[in-house]
Structure formats: structure tokens, C-alpha cells
Design a protein around this ligand. Structure first.
Ligand code: COA
Length: 431
């Protein structure tokens, strides 16, 4: 059978497609803005047919109707990273959180968490019958290879991204044609604090370095201060709009990369239509599964790899919590530790955790003597390298606990320094 005939034989309406999901199934959703929101919406509408369907995902960018209180008993979210749509549900006990390094998520879906159904959102097929995973290759592609049943929304709005980012029509079980725009993420607000943090991070970045940029305003602020650099490379779990500007300005060329030269190696895209249009058929972008992009052993093959991520709290020893406020799970591990460890394998590599010195309108210091009880240690004190706030740079790796505390207090908000210094003196028996 030609792939075109195969394609036609697999066409269903969305209402028909979601009936293939059965009670008790584990269903994985395509990641972040790659979530097939149309199919997920139809699945939620069909909730009365399901009992105890487990929904696994990470960054949830859709409406997450399956996580609403009235869905209890029908759907049971099991997220590996929380977002706005799933946080309350999991906090209330209606769902669960499974901690994992991002690069190990595909292996979990191949072994411990076998996948019954995956719902994906892909481009229209090319002349050879290959659909692109578009904005989300990360766990979405490996999970599609592991799932018993692959239901795909074929979406003409999905960019055709290149790299190891394709699925052939013969590997899809059910096809739903539906054009829905790819969810856009508003540009982060960059104020004076973010700018100062960006400026400090930029001091640690040299011409020719290869960058990983995490999620949010801080990495975008860093990009603002890189306009005078030359020949930067990208090897990053994700990118957003800021990188497009640097490519267009000739700053990001990837020419200096010793590994995957000339290519930006990426797991997923999250930004505005400008980013998605830029990525379409762009040979400079190589989208890849996350067990490649985020594997610390792969990351470490890039010389001068600089990773930039954010955090919620750091204690005097350099233990970093980036995912919970006390016992309340806020997000997840994502690729933070993958890149911190990858940067430590990289010749000339550095890892930066950058965040504003305070939270809650300046009332809370993010630099604290002890982490809040119940907080998860995302990055251990042994892995941590640089911490950056709007007040400066602390180099923790290789320094004593006493020196770490001193450096961290130097970059804490001035309103909290005296109190922190008092605690430090008690801790290190200096009184
Ligand atoms: N104590 C109490 N609350 C705190 C706090 C602290 N020390 N620090 C932050 N908060 C609160 C904020 O006030 C905010 O609350 P709100 O939602 O009610 O306004 C919330 O926690 C989020 O803080 P914010 O600083 O706005 O987070 P962010 O959107 O910049 O994201 C991380 C920062 C750390 C949560 C995010 O980068 C993350 O999840 N990292 C882990 C994964 C990762 O690094 N992946 C790598 C690349 S994608």
C-alpha cells in the first residue's frame, strides 16, 4: 500500500479517535506547545466513557481540562513537571508528580511507565510520507516509538522542523486532520532586576561559547546582553524568541562549535509565531529527542558549554531548590541538572543559576541559611557552580562552605544581608 493510501485508511474524526482510549490506559500528551490541544479537548469531552485514565505530561500549555476537580475518577494526572494547568490538581492530591531528570523521561516511557496511547501534534506529511514533530521532539518522539497506539493530529500550522524529528505515516495508527494554531507564549517581562541579572550572566559568557538557556525571563534577559558577542553556539533543551534575534544579528552562528558544528541542537521550541516561522524548514535547527539533547555525556562533548537556568531558593551551602516552595511542588527538575552535569563534563564549561535576590515583592530573600522545610534539593551543593543575582556573581564550586555563605550574602538583597551575616557567624562558630 502506498503511504497515501495508508494515510487515508487511518483518517478518523477526533470524536472517533478518542474512543480508542480505554479506562485504565496510560495516555501521554505531546509536550508543551506541541500538545495536540484539539485532541486533548475532545478526550476531555468524552470523559464519561473513561475511568481512571492516567495522563502523563510535563510542561502543560493547554487548558488541561483533565485536571479539573470534576474530572476526579475519570482522569488521574501523573506529571513529570508541573505547570499552571496541573499544579492545583496535583497539590490537592487528585494527581501525582513523578520526579525525573528530563533526559531519562524517554527511558521511563520505554520501561517503568509503559505507554498505552500517545496523543501527538505533527506537521502534514512530506512527499515521502514523513510528518515532522515540529515544536516538540523532546520526549514526544521517543514516546511515540514506545506507545502501543499513536493518535496524531496532522496540523498544517505545525512547522516542519528538521533533525531527528520525523515520524512516518506507517508508524501512526490514527490520524485526525485539524489545523489549530500552535500555542504562543507571551514574551517575558524584563525589568531592571532582570536586566542587571542578564548583565552579570553576560560577564561569564565569552565569544564562541555554546549556550543552554532555560525557561523564563532570566534567560531572555541574558540574551539582551549578548549582542556584542561573536559566534555563539546553541545546544539547549529549548529556545524561545530571543535566540531568533541573535541569529538574525549574526551573533549566534554555531560556527565555533566543536560538536554538531553549524547546528543549534534543540529539544523543543516555546515562544511566538515568529519563532515557529523561523524554525520552519530551517537547516540551522536540529530538533532531537531529549535523551540525546539533554544527556550530560552528549552535552559535555561541547567545549565551553555555558548553561543558564533559574531557581527558587539557595541555602548557605549552595543546595538549590528550583521546583518547590516547601512541600508544595511548583514545577519540576526539567533539564536543570542534566545541563549542570553536562557543563561539568565540558572542557571550559560553566553552569549558572540566576534569579532575583528576593521574591514576593521583596519580602522574602531567596538566599537563606536553610532551605524551607520540605523543599526539594534540585541541584546538590556538590553539583552547583555559579549563582547570579542582580547584585553580582558567586562562584561556589571548589569553595568551602564558609566561603560559599560569604559569597552568597554578598549577592543577597541589601535588606537581608545583616540578618544573613548574623546567621552565618553562628553557623561557622565565628561568635
Ligand atoms: N519562597 C517562596 N515563594 C517563592 C520563592 C521563595 N524563595 N521564590 C519564588 N517564589 C514564588 C514566586 O513569588 C512565584 O509565585 P506566584 O506564582 O504566586 O507569583 C512563584 O514562586 C514562581 O517564582 P518565579 O520566580 O516567578 O518563577 P519563574 O517563572 O521565573 O521560574 C523556576 C523559576 C525556578 C520555577 C523555573 O525556572 C523552573 O521550574 N526551573 C526548574 C527546571 C529547569 O531549570 N529547567 C531547565 C530548563 S527549561
Amino acid at each position: 500500500m502506498s503511504w497515501k493510501d495508508d494515510y487515508k485508511s487511518k483518517l478518523r474524526t477526533a470524536e472517533e479517535a478518542v474512543k480508542y482510549i480505554k479506562s485504565g490506559d496510560r495516555v501521554v500528551l505531546g509536550h508543551a506547545v506541541g500538545e495536540p490541544v484539539y485532541l486533548v479537548g475532545k478526550m476531555v469531552e468524552n470523559y464519561k466513557d473513561y475511568k481512571d485514565v492516567e495522563i502523563c505530561n510535563m510542561v502543560a500549555m493547554g487548558a488541561s481540562g483533565f485536571a479539573k476537580p470534576e474530572m476526579k475518577g475519570h482522569f488521574r494526572p501523573n506529571s513529570l513537571f508541573l505547570g499552571g494547568g496541573t499544579r492545583d490538581c496535583i497539590g490537592s492530591g487528585q494527581g501525582d508528580f513523578t520526579p525525573s531528570f528530563f533526559y531519562q523521561v524517554p527511558e521511563l516511557f520505554r520501561t517503568t511507565l509503559p505507554v498505552d496511547v500517545v496523543l501527538i501534534n505533527v506537521s502534514t506529511p512530506d512527499e515521502n510520507g514523513y510528518c515532522s514533530f515540529g515544536v516538540s521532539c523532546d520526549y514526544t518522539k521517543p514516546c511515540s516509538e514506545a506507545a502501543k497506539l499513536v493518535i496524531a493530529q496532522v496540523n498544517s500550522s505545525m512547522p516542519r522542523t528538521l533533525g531527528d524529528s520525523f515520524i512516518h505515516v506507517s508508524d501512526i495508527d490514527i490520524i485526525v486532520e485539524q489545523d489549530t494554531p500552535i500555542t504562543e507564549l507571551g514574551l517575558p517581562k524584563i525589568g531592571e532586576t532582570e536586566k542587571a541579572i542578564g548583565e552579570n550572566c553576560a560577564k561569564l559568557i565569552n565569544d564562541g561559547d555554546t549556550l543552554q538557556l532555560g525557561i523564563g525571563a532570566i534567560p531572555d534577559a541574558v540574551l539582551l546582553f549578548l549582542k556584542d558577542k561573536r559566534d555563539l553556539g546553541i545546544h539547549s533543551e529549548m529556545i524561545s524568541d530571543g535566540v531568533v534575534e541573535l541569529v538574525e544579528a549574526g551573533v549566534v552562528t554555531c560556527k565555533n562549535k566543536n560538536f554538531n558544528k553549524g547546528k543549534m541542537v534543540i529539544g523543543f521550541l516555546m515562544g511566538t509565531k515568529r519563532l515557529y516561522d523561523f524554525a520552519n524548514n530551517n537547516s540551522m535547527i536540529s530538533m532531537n529527542p531529549i535523551d540525546y539533547v539533554n544527556d550530560p555525556r552528549i552535552i559535555g562533548q561541547n567545549d565551553n558549554l555555558v548553561s543558564i537556568n533559574s531557581a527558587l531558593q539557595v541555602d548557605f551551602m549552595g543546595q538549590v531548590c528550583s521546583e518547590s516552595v516547601g512541600l508544595k511542588q511548583f514545577s519540576g527538575i526539567g533539564g536543570q541538572v542534566d545541563f549542570i552535569r553536562g557543563a561539568s563534563f565540558s572542557k571550559g564549561g560553566k553552569s549558572i543559576l540566576a534569579f532575583p535576590s528576593t521574591a514576593k515583592g521583596g519580602t522574602i530573600s531567596k538566599i537563606v541559611p536553610l532551605l524551607t522545610e520540605g523543599s526539594a534539593v534540585t541541584t546538590s551543593r556538590t553539583d552547583v557552580d555559579y549563582i547570579v543575582t542582580e547584585y553580582g556573581i558567586a562562584k561556589l564550586k571548589g569553595n568551602t562552605l564558609r566561603e560559599r555563605a560569604k559569597q552568597l550574602i554578598n549577592i543577597a538583597h541589601p535588606n537581608f544581608r545583616e540578618e544573613l551575616e548574623k546567621e552565618r557567624k553562628i553557623r561557622f562558630k565565628e561568635v
